[in-house]
Ligand binder design. Structure first.
Ligand SMILES: *Cc1c(COP(=O)(O)O)cnc(C)c1O
Length: 407
């Protein structure tokens, strides 16, 4: 196949790349995520203002930074006032080190013992809460002649991970005899920090404080004490301790109704697409699999190249809207794996030529255009889930663009 660059340019009016592999992602598929790093920097500064200078901020960048891109978000977070990073998997930590990120990295659970040499090579601190893992960690640290830094996870009531709150002294005493391990921090995690009712939260808070006191009374240096996720850190100054773990709010999303009004957050993620097909259909015609939508008076149907494999939950079929020309339009028909359709409702009259949508017109799926806004929270609410899950879902396939970044 040969590329005649001049004639391609003439015919299609598009920019021509002499190397087809250099064609950027937005030239390959018309759907994308924009990540506003300025918003992330703003959210961290707001959080910093709230917690004060004596409290460190750990930026939680697990799950590819809740879908926003872990390397870019980590660099932005560290430049804006965070000093620690939190990941969920060994590979997430390795990716950050390979991008030359040097900040301390905490793995928020215990990985398989087989991965311990990687933890040591890439300076990823594990959370520790079982004897078995701790023993293996200390053996490898000995073998490599390095210190095995770790954070002790305490189970104060969530019953997910952690040493039971009333057994921490015995646990740490056993590890402490082993010179190759070094306690860098002690933490717990709250199950109900985002709930209106706070009595369960208070029980966990008290158990954690008792456990820390026990450790200190037994003569142990605890390292960094931390407990608060977004909701706890924003709502309850008492549990900020030495460090707060800042996840969902860094991305500009609220953990629940309870944090709204307490901090000024700017959402960082928006989702966009361009129309790939436009057609006028007759009354009674169906749209998409199963004809879950039929047009009653005939309408203009536009197709977008984004579907449930891109993170747009299929359960939103016929229940969500998109924004075009600063106005909301109903998505219609079942959301497909890679595409979905929306209707420009003409109310039975003909659209005027300048109302008529065209292939290539930009549509906002999450975000704002003019005065119109569709929040990730709106999608989450309709889908019956939380904004965390919707954000993570968009990580799967659409390319990420960082429009305001000056790296
Ligand atoms: C995910 C996670 C966080 C962050 O929670 P947000 O509600 O997103 O702020 C904090 N701590 C631990 C242990 C986590 O797993």
């Amino acid at each position: 196949m040969s590329f005649d660059n001049t004639s391609m340019n003439d015919r299609a009016g598009v920019s021509v790349y002499s190397d087809p592999d250099a064609i950027p992602e937005y030239g390959r598929r018309w759907s994308w995520m924009e990540v506003d790093l300025d918003a992330i920097a703003h959210n961290i500064r707001e959080y910093r203002k709230l917690v004060g200078d004596s409290v460190k901020v750990l930026a939680v960048v697990k799950a590819n930074a809740y879908g926003h891109g872990a390397v870019r978000v980590s660099r932005c977070a560290l430049a804006s006032g965070a000093s620690y990073l939190g990941v969920a998997t060994v590979d997430e930590g390795i990716d950050l080190r390979k991008a030359d990120i040097d900040a301390p990295i905490l793995l928020l659970s215990e990985p398989p013992e087989d991965s311990i040499p990687l933890l040591l090579r890439y300076r990823i601190m594990p959370s520790v809460y079982t004897r078995h893992f701790a023993d293996a960690y200390s053996r490898y640290a000995d073998l490599f002649g390095v210190k095995g830094y770790y954070h002790l996870a305490i189970n104060s009531g969530m019953n997910r991970i952690g040493v039971p709150y009333n057994e921490v002294v015995g646990f740490v005493r056993q590890l402490h005899n082993d010179g190759s391990l070094e306690l860098a921090g002690v933490f717990t995690h709250f199950a109900t920090a985002d709930e209106k009712e706070t009595s369960d939260f208070s029980v966990q808070e008290k158990r954690f404080i008792d456990a820390i006191t026990d450790l200190q009374n037994a003569g142990f240096e605890t390292g960094l004490v931390h407990a608060a996720n977004t909701a706890a850190g924003i709502r309850f100054p008492n549990v900020r301790f030495d460090m707060v773990r800042f996840g969902i709010s860094m991305y500009g999303l609220h953990a629940s109704e309870q944090t709204k009004g307490l901090i000024d957050l700017r959402p960082a993620m928006s989702i966009h697409a361009r129309i790939t097909n436009v057609q006028t259909i007759d009354p009674g015609e169906g749209v998409s699999y199963g004809f879950a939508f039929r047009s009653n008076h005939g309408s203009v149907i536009c197709t977008l190249p984004i579907g449930y494999a891109d993170g747009l939950p299929r359960v939103l079929s016929n229940r969500m809207e998109v924004i075009m020309d600063g106005k909301k339009h109903h998505q219609v028909g079942s959301i497909c794996m890679d595409q979905c359709m929306f209707e420009v409702d003409d109310g039975g009259r003909r659209l005027s030529p300048d109302e008529y949508p065209e292939i290539g017109d930009e549509v906002v799926i999450v975000g704002s255009q003019g005065d119109c806004c569709i929040a990730l929270d709106d999608l989450a609410e309709t889908a019956g889930t939380i904004n965390y899950e919707i954000a993570c879902g968009f990580d799967s396939r659409v390319p990420k663009i960082y429009p305001l970044s000056v790296e």
